[in-house]
Design a protein around this ligand. Structure first.
Ligand SMILES: [Zn+2]
Length: 607
């Protein structure tokens, strides 16, 4: 054995002993049985949008809904646990055939379960309509789930008939899902030859070429950019076809389901309203001059007049600081402890009980994530820890997600009531990341290190605000034009360049924008959800805004904050924020968050 200390893998043994164990087999059988039972219950009680509701007695209706909710929660609890367990193997060992098989066996059962809730119950409960308040008043479980019930009824307005929904679902396999797969296949299989940093001609996958944007050497960054232009050109026709297929189908379905416009479905899913979105976009737009100052300062540091696309992600300064894993743990614990004992204790539990799969290894997936284990009310975190400061921030970020789960579990929320929309899912993670980032900036030993930390933070901030706004403009324009006619690859390029000009403005060199951003961003091609990106901006600015409040109110903030985290599945974002005295519909709140970033930009410029 080498003396090098080994990084811990996560411990899943308290969930099930193994994928082959009797306990795991039994859990899967139970899950299938639960879905069958729910199916039977639904049939017996004629729960279907196609069968007119004859039962009018609120007490009887409450009884049926109570039973449905209880069964659905049990099913989500067990299904979620089994899924997380299987995923713990798939994400750390892509060669594991047993895990792959377990997942594919489970999938049809999951799809069936989803159909029972999303189509049959939703369409049926909609028939109760305005009588729902009388029904809810009958029963405690219903009162506990009143937000879910009302939202379900509200959203049922945007369904076609059960038959049409069924047809749309079946056709999506050879329609939108096929276009989505085509885009994924083309972009993941495309290769291109370019010189590496030793000037040898090498064939690269496009994914690796995109990553060259972070390279220390400008030569390599520029080579990557130029290779991208040439490579995407060769596949722009099929990719434009995929974009037309997806956006065309989505447009038709939105219309047939009675949606007001393309963004309507996405704001409902995000549980925000139009005024909130408008207020946020308004504040984002007002911040562009600030970000352009940052881009110009960065260009100047690189000895240029203005910034070409390939320099946006260029690293700056130097962090020589290397963290061993125990040092990273200590740093996180210390700074979490300054925020609250409870947060530090949670992180300590995650460390002591080995909830984190820390190091990279063969067959393990890239990146980082956190997942909940409903049955044991725990979380598990995957990292690919490499000892630089970035990974310390990521550790804090993912622990934030775990702490969010901890608050939801601690308040004993049902699975339905713990379901958090994307907009609010990043609240705790951003808060924890901010705590640790600020601490790191404070302890920077020299200007070079401070610059490196600030640069990392500002690259992220400018992506989330400036680039995401450009994606929002792009997607809106694509929907508008697609409604009238098909778009050529040239038109898509032109719209992308326009969207970048509107947002980056003179912060970027106008000769070197990136018109092909639409080709590889998978979000534009998701069949079930358009406008995937702005909820991230919401998450960043909402989390940052809460940090502002924390700095004002200090310790007394923490209790309210825990309550907020435990309630993120229980209301709209605006209602939950109002509990903090925050008005999401006024640009002021959003501007407050942007000011925090503005201070970073000032410091960056003066450094
Ligand atoms: Zn996150």
């Amino acid at each position: 054995m080498s003396e090098e200390q080994t990084l811990p893998n996560w411990d899943m043994s308290n969930i099930y002993p193994s994928l082959e164990s009797e306990e795991f087999k039994q859990a899967n059988e139970n899950f299938t049985k639960q879905v069958e039972d729910l199916q039977q219950f639904i049939t017996e009680n004629k729960i279907s949008p196609d069968i007119p509701l004859t039962e009018k007695d609120p007490a009887k209706l409450a009884e049926i809904i109570n039973e449905f909710i209880v069964q659905l929660n049990e099913l989500l609890n067990l299904g979620g646990t089994i899924q997380s367990y299987i995923y713990s193997f798939i994400s750390t060992d892509s060669f594991n055939q047993t895990a792959a098989k377990a997942l594919s066996t489970m999938q049809p059962v999951l799809i069936k379960a989803q159909q029972l809730g999303d189509v049959l119950f939703k369409g049926w409960v909609a028939q109760i309509g305005s009588q729902i308040d009388d029904v809810i008043a009958q029963d405690e479980v219903l009162q506990d789930h009143s937000f879910f019930l009302k939202e379900t009824i509200e959203q049922s307005k945007f369904m076609m008939s059960a038959k049409e929904e069924e047809l749309a679902g079946e056709l999506s396999i050879s329609g939108m899902r096929a276009w989505n797969k085509l885009q994924n296949d083309i972009t993941s299989q495309l290769k291109w030859t370019l010189k590496n940093d030793k000037d040898e001609e090498v064939e690269w996958p496009l994914t690796a070429i995109i990553n060259l944007r972070n390279h220390e050497s400008e030569t390599m960054r520029r080579r990557g950019f130029e290779a991208e232009q040439a490579a995407w050109k060769t596949v722009e026709v099929p990719l434009a076809a995929a974009m037309n297929g997806i956006k065309g189908s989505q447009g038709v379905l939105f219309k047939r389901r009675g949606r007001e416009d393309a963004v309507h479905h996405s704001i409902d899913r995000a549980r925000i309203d139009r005024e909130t979105l408008e207020a946020m976009l308004f504040a984002m737009k007002n911040s562009f001059p600030l970000f352009r100052k940052y881009f110009k300062a960065k260009a100047k540091r690189l000895g240029k007049e203005s910034l070409p696309w390939w320099d946006i992600f260029a690293p700056m300064g130097k962090t020589s600081r290397i963290f061993t894993y125990p040092e990273a743990q200590k740093f996180v614990l210390e700074n979490f402890g300054k925020f609250s004992e409870e947060l530090a204790e949670f992180a300590n539990t995650a460390f002591m009980k080995n909830w984190i799969d820390v190091g990279p290894r063969e067959g393990k997936g890239a990146g980082a994530f956190c997942m909940g284990i409903p049955a044991t009310k725990e979380s598990r975190i995957l990292l690919n820890f490499e000892g630089n400061l970035d990974w310390v921030f990521t550790l804090a970020h993912e622990l934030g997600h775990g702490y969010h789960n901890y608050c939801i579990y601690g308040a004993d929320r049902s699975e339905i009531n713990g379901d958090t929309p994307m907009t609010l899912a990043e609240t705790a993670s951003i808060m924890c990341e901010t705590i640790v980032t600020n601490a790191a900036i404070k302890m920077a030993v020299n200007k070079d290190e401070e610059l490196a930390i600030l640069e990392t933070a500002l690259i992220g901030d400018s992506q989330v605000i400036v680039d995401i706004y450009s994606r929002y403009l792009f997607e809106t324009e694509v929907f508008n034009r697609r409604e009238k006619a098909e778009l050529s690859a040239d038109e898509l390029n032109e719209i992308m360049e326009w969207a970048q000009a509107e947002t980056y403005g003179d912060g970027l060199d106008e000769n070197y924008r990136q018109k092909y951003m639409w080709t590889w961003k998978p979000h534009y091609y998701f069949p079930d959800l358009a406008f995937y990106n702005y909820p991230y901006t919401f998450g960043l600015l909402f989390g940052t805004g809460l940090y502002n409040i924390y700095e004002e109110r200090g310790d007394e903030f923490v209790k309210d904050y825990n309550t907020l985290l435990s309630s993120t599945g229980l209301g709209t974002a605006a209602d939950l924020a109002a509990g903090f005295g925050i008005d999401l519909r006024s640009p002021e709140f959003w501007e407050g968050s942007i000011n925090v970033i503005g201070k970073r930009i000032d410091r960056y410029i003066n450094l």
